[in-house]
Write a protein of this length. Sequence first.
Length: 258
Amino acid sequence: MLLEGKHGLVLGIANKRSLAWGIAKAVSREGARLAVTYQGERLEENVRELAAELKDPLILPCDVSKDEDLDALMASVNKEFGGLDFVVHAVAYALREELDGEFLNTSREGYRIAQDISSYSLTALAQRAAPLMEGRSGSIVTLSYLGGERVVPHYNVMGVAKAALEMSVRYLAADLGPRGIRVNAISAGPIKTLAAAGVHGLGKMLEFHRNQAPLRKNTEQAEVGDCALFLVSSLSRGITGEVIHVDGGFHVLGMSAW
């Protein structure tokens, strides 16, 4: 198996529809032992129930907006695993009211929250994960969306946060490459997840994507999972600083079909 004997950390599982859960299933299928996180008591039960399907998982709390939580997370992972081979960062959040109306009206606090949780958390996580990954051909993968490259209705401040996230991937790739650690992102097509539910008009977005994407289909959770599997495995050992689109080719379009 591709990841036999490897140890990974997956952040961002909320329920069975989460892209993070699709990734966790894919890497676990290939032999990896995982640490998975939950944020708050509301999501703990869901994560524990899902993690029962994994091989001897380590289940830990973590709020990525708190440095002390990230420090405690890495200390626990290092104590149990003695190091890390890969990290999957699948965390994003914006205030719901910031996803309605015009981006022009974004509040200072709404902007700060979106950037902190959706973008800066990757850098904060990488700072702490890097010492555990050195000498292990480590890989860090995060999740983005086309709204970080182009204007998508109602994505607003989250699009700006995803743009910052993608640029962070490039800078982190440059910094961590000499240590043998790769950093990449997956830009997935729209999927009906808990996080996406906050985007107004998601149903219309899914329908439009399905009708216009070159592959004429919506993105599937398993497709994202398998791409992440590729990126954390040795099969992608020559790839870093990339944003790989898993969206049925939607990102290549300059105009929808007539």
